[in-house]
Design a protein around this ligand. Sequence first.
Ligand SMILES: Nc1ncnc2c1ncn2[C@@H]1O[C@H](COP(=O)(O)OP(=O)(O)O)[C@@H](O)[C@H]1O
Ligand SMILES: [Mg+2]
Length: 266
Amino acid sequence: MEARARPAGDGPYYLPTGNEVEIAGQCHARGLALMLKGPTGCGKTRFVEHMAWRLGRPLITVSCHDDLTASDLVGRFLIRHDQTVWQDGPLTRAVREGAICYLDEVVEARQDTIVVLHPLTDYRRVLPIDRTGELVEAAPGFQLVVSYNPGYQRMLKDLKPSTRQRFVAIALDFPGPAAEAAIVASESGVERGTAVALVELAGRLRALRDRGLAEVPSTRLLVAAGRLVASGIDVRQACDVAVIAPLSDDPTLLGAMRELVEAMVP
Ligand SMILES: Nc1ncnc2c1ncn2[C@@H]1O[C@H](COP(=O)(O)OP(=O)(O)O)[C@@H](O)[C@H]1O
Ligand SMILES: [Mg+2]
């Protein structure tokens, strides 16, 4: 379907790091499902919010977890005043309304939950509802978008190839330093110089990955630190509580990170 004209106003702020806006827009227009891969806090959710706004479509988000069942997505019969009534789940609502359905951390969901997505991701673009026998055709504008963080070590959990190959995959990562500083300044209201310093600190902390730091600071953490600084908290303390402490409980790693901060923010 034709992408609708972008609505007036600014919409959710998203600074592109590559050609992802164009690619995602074309996928939407061509009925292709989209997979976003990238570390936590790199902007996946914001990107989807921004695209939904650009395309003028409602956004329905589902956070996936291992208890999520196919019924949680598709719908279930409920008893109301002695009557059994069918209630659509979020996926079914999105299919009927032509919304963008965003399944966050999709690898957390079980295989038997994920298979309900399959008929929506091929040329049929239908959702069979076994319980009612209904076959719902996706309304124009419907798009399935899933995301996950490929960095997490998952022994048993991974998407099956038969699922993966149904998606166009865009790899997102932390933006380059200049872009990340612009994001931190814009999102937190902190001065540009402070934003640049926070990004520089993040760069050094991210290099600690080789020394055993499993989770490196995300753009989200830098935005949080920036917000604290903008509200009057001392920079060093903001870095400590918003950037360093969330990352690890290991005293050695925490010490190494604090030393970095002290060297950079005297
Ligand atoms: N490219 C970007 N443009 C604008 N804001 C961004 C961008 N990348 C990250 N952010 C900021 O980082 C925060 C975390 O991003 P989010 O989309 O929630 O990450 P993810 O879903 O990948 O975990 C956002 O709320 C936003 O403030
Ligand atoms: Mg997210």
